[in-house]
Write a protein that binds this ligand. Structure first.
Ligand code: B4P
Length: 191
């Protein structure tokens, strides 16, 4: 089994690169952003609660996303590995993930951290906001709040995995294919 975390600020290309990674390596893609957006589309109580946080650029409470990931792991007993996209985003989520994986006698093997400048992140997200219909991408203040939330709560997750020597940095600017080649090189050294 090979378990990978794709890490980085909002708009760093996690979703974009995940599409290519699952096609190449056959991992099961678990994106908490996508899972939350499906709950919102289905207007479930969880989705309604999550939307109130996402629309302000805030993180959804840990217990909500940890519960979603726990059920997703249980629903995929035959996966040959997982690609975690946008999760964990807090140290509490990272600790919970380690415990869930340990119960399944596995662990995180690699975290790839995408480095992108703030100006480029804002440009990309506003660009996506024009076509995606995502309410959290259309307002620059909300985008800045998401980036601030990332610095306040999420960068600590990279420090957490650094202690276990599991982090590799990737230059997240350039063409999608150039970035994918750099990511693939890191994975092939580990898989
Ligand atoms: P996510 O859905 O995870 O989305 P994201 O961080 O905004 O985007 P991503 O990094 O995947 O960007 P993408 O590749 O699409 O989170 C949304 C919200 O959900 C969060 O703010 C939070 O409220 C909530 N949430 C999710 N997970 C949570 C958790 N674990 N805990 C608590 N709350 C959680 O790329 C963005 C744009 O850039 C696209 O338009 C793309 O085409 C473009 N792009 C990509 N690569 C490019 C490149 N190389 N060059 C130019 N453009 C590029």
């Amino acid at each position: 089994m090979f378990n990978l975390i794709l890490f980085g600020p909002p708009g760093s290309g996690k979703g974009t690169q995940s599409e290519k990674l699952i096609a190449k390596y056959g991992l099961k893609h678990l994106s908490t952003g996508d899972l939350l957006r499906s709950e919102i589309a289905a207007q479930t109580p969880l989705g309604i609660e999550a939307k109130s946080f996402m629309d302000k650029g805030q993180l959804v409470p840990d217990e909500v996303v940890i519960g979603m990931i726990s059920s997703a792991l249980d629903s995929n007993p035959d996966a040959k590995g997982f690609l975690f996209d946008g999760f964990p985003r807090t140290e509490a989520q990272a600790e919970a993930l380690d415990k869930l994986l340990k119960l399944k006698k596995t662990a995180i093997h690699l975290m790839l951290a995408m480095d992108v400048s703030e100006a480029e992140l804002i440009k990309r997200l506003l660009g996506r906001g024009k076509t995606s219909g995502r309410s959290d991408d259309t307002n620059e203040e909300v985008i800045k709040a998401r980036i601030a939330e990332y610095h306040k709560k999420t960068t600590a997750v990279a420090d957490y995995y650094m202690k276990f020597d599991k982090v590799k940095h990737i230059k997240g600017e350039g063409t999608v294919d150039e970035i994918f080649a750099a990511i693939s090189k890191e994975i092939e050294g580990k898989i």
